[in-house]
Design a protein around this ligand. Structure first.
Ligand code: GTB
Length: 216
């Protein structure tokens, strides 16, 4: 059975790769696994049938035969374990690539999402500007550390892996902020990831959903 994922019927970012189904699409494309997409509206995401799949009423989800998953990191990990191409064969190298998946989600994504979301959540508060400066600094600290570790390597741990896939989708959230560009090796790293044919195919597929929804 071809796996089915869920994605926004109308993504708020206009299909620019920010919604987290992008990670799954990219992973599917890297391992050349065909997939189906079920588009859901915000209303459908609150309905019992979707909540049974995703208890927090979010996308993406994953269904294949009698397996249903949620959490983009868990789904990419599942794909990487099932298919060759996203995790090294050597046990130690594999464990380190998995470590980078966690680092992307736990250590990098947290401050990045806080920074990205703050204008929507507290943009009208009198202390907003000072707060944003604090959040920006926290992101910068992490970018600086990541930049130092990456150095002049192409990827975080040897060959391209699911760790890079997750990290690049996390850093993508900073597009337009100018923060990644302060670290030329990180900017080049993100560009390298986005230049991969699998990323391009995934991006185009996500964008096509938005274009189709905008031109019914
Ligand atoms: N931890 C979960 C995972 O990794 O799967 C988080 C899933 C999640 O945040 N899903 C978001 C969602 O369903 C979409 S991706 N939100 C709806 C809701 O909570 O009601 C996050 C996202 C969406 C859109 C933009 N954008 O348009 O800029 C950016 C990020």
């Amino acid at each position: 059975m071809i796996p089915t994922i869920t994605a926004f019927a109308m993504s708020p970012d206009g299909g620019q790769g920010l919604a987290r189904d992008m990670r799954l699409r990219w992973a599917f494309e890297e391992v050349r696994q065909p997939y189906d997409v079920r588009l859901v509206s915000f209303k459908q995401m609150r309905e019992p049938s979707h909540l049974a799949l995703q208890p927090f009423g979010q996308i993406p989800t994953y269904e294949e035969d009698d397996l249903a998953l949620f959490e983009s990191g868990a789904i990419v990990f599942h794909l990487a374990q099932r298919h060759p191409g996203l995790l090294p064969d050597d046990a130690n190298a594999r464990a380190r690539a998995i470590t980078w998946m966690f680092a992307a989600l736990n250590t990098m994504e947290l401050p990045i999402v806080e920074f990205d979301q703050a204008p929507f959540v507290v943009g009208d508060r009198p202390w907003f500007k000072e707060f944003m400066a604090v959040l920006e600094d926290r992101v910068r600290i992490r970018l600086n550390e990541l930049s130092r570790r990456l150095g002049d390597a192409d990827w975080l741990e040897g060959a391209f892996s699911a760790g890079d896939l997750m990290m690049i989708t996390v850093l993508h959230r900073l597009d337009g902020s100018g923060l990644v560009e302060e670290y030329p090796n990180l900017a080049a790293y993100v560009a390298r990831g986005k230049a991969r044919p699998a990323y391009r195919r995934a991006f185009d597929a996500q964008l096509a959903v938005f274009i189709a929804a905008s031109n019914p």
